[in-house]
Design a protein around this ligand. Sequence first.
Ligand SMILES: CC(=O)SCCNC(=O)CCNC(=O)[C@H](O)C(C)(C)COP(=O)(O)OP(=O)(O)OC[C@H]1O[C@@H](n2cnc3c(N)ncnc32)[C@H](O)[C@@H]1OP(=O)(O)O
Length: 537
Amino acid sequence: MHPTRAVARALKRPPPKSPRSNARLSNTASAGASVSSTIIHNHQSLPERPERPNFPCVDAHAARESKIRASFSSSSSQPRSSRFDGPEPPYARPSPQSYHVYHHKSPLPLTYADPLPAFDIAYETWGTLSPTKDNAILLHTGLSASSHAASTPSNPSEGWWEKFIGPGLPLDTDKFFIICTNVLGGCYGSTGPSSIDPNTNQPYATTFPVLSIFDMVKAQFSLLDDLGIEKLYASVGCSMGAMQSLAAGWQFPKRVGKVVSISGTARSSPSAIAMRFAQRSVLMADPNWNNGFYYDGLPPHTGMKLARQIATITYRSGPEWDLRFGRKVRDLPPPLASAPSDPQHQHPHHHQQHYHQGTVRKPALCPDFLIETYLDYQGEQFCLKYDANSLIYISKAMDLFDMTLPALHSINLKPPHPSPPPHEPHSHHLHPHPQHSNASRLPHQTSHSKSHPPPVNPPPHLPSLAEGLAPLANTPTLILGVQSDILFPVEQQREVADALRMAGNERVSYYELGGVWGHDTFLLDVQNVGGAIRGFL
Ligand SMILES: CC(=O)SCCNC(=O)CCNC(=O)[C@H](O)C(C)(C)COP(=O)(O)OP(=O)(O)OC[C@H]1O[C@@H](n2cnc3c(N)ncnc32)[C@H](O)[C@@H]1OP(=O)(O)O
């Protein structure tokens, strides 16, 4: 590019037209001075530039940044732990009083790193442990949830599975003793990157070891040991919790009576890894992330907000957003005087049509469509509630999860022997047969257990997944998926069910739900998800 043009472009000015000035500029020795004089000359001849536009979303973000900075610096005299000991979701507001903490004093061997010298696991319980301790259900959370799955006397705020846990509910506290933990690596009371490393008395930050799903489960079983629970009635989990649930049944086949895996997988897919990678990338590109060492300053809230926006896209579905938001935009001006009684104007699409015909609604570059304001809001809500490093570590653990036999061998995991086959028919009074349960009458159910057709085009890894899942061959297992889930699609649910059957498991219950809620169906569809669980348990 001609040097004059380059400089002019950099200064956002048109290049000089005078051949004389071009000639002068070709003399490199005097180029700098000549460029300035030429530009000053051109500037004087140009009309005033219009004022730069304002962007309310950018201003709001800057204002929020200053507010967060002020709140963090005003609390800088407090010990770090009281400023950032797990940002709190509004539904949980955890505090050391509202959950129990199990402290494990001896080292925990890890899959990818040296043992963790000691660790804490935060947990909450619902229901009563039977005298024989045979009615415990371990509930595993999704990526970012706390142990607060349902309200408790010490924390009456709603939990993330409030409608699933309680007397007569799918996880029936009249029968079962439910235990939910904050996962190892998390930030709601369990040891994670924001916890203090006893060796340095500083937060671990990114010196925290990379974790596997298997490590998380091992930590949970240390808690069970401490509670004297030898065998779980069931291991139940959704999303990442479903991975843990399978891993629990796999690692401890004799200690897990039944496995429930909802919207999970036994082998993270490249597309799910891609979506999580994009989240980690925006997070790690936030200068406040500072290689993970941000606990003394401002957390990477912008990266967290953007990561949550991406995550939210994977948690719901396009069809839901079509129904929920359509192409509606926010802050529609009031209907025109000539049209208030026109019923068409009560519908947002018709508003748009109207403005195309009359006054054109000025599009905004800031969030304008309701789907944009929704994502913006979701990101905003989340960005200070969860520790960024926890998100990175746990999301990585999900990527690494692969129960095909070669992958298990590659991390030196030897499949244990399956539990002995259960007696038929089931004798326990808590075991209604799935086919006679509520779940078998679910409106969206498309396939079930033995009626599930064999795969037409099985994925090439299916045989090695079946070999890997062999320890679960005798464990009754419920696999439930949702057709609109783009994060853990139904193909993955089918492959887990198929692999378990190939491994010889004759007690696989399989449900596939319709509906538009995507991956978050497990949080929203109490009737169908809850019905399937109730029937299976
Ligand atoms: C990968 C894993 O392992 S697990 C991943 C699991 N998924 C998640 O973590 C997502 C968690 N999702 C949630 O917590 C949701 O709030 C749910 C599922 C509990 C409830 O979902 P919904 O009832 O559909 O509510 P949703 O959160 O989508 O929207 C409601 C909120 O958005 C706001 N909102 C809705 N539409 C808009 C919009 N167009 N613009 C701005 N805000 C909006 C509402 O005002 C409401 O705000 P409030 O929560 O402050 O009252």
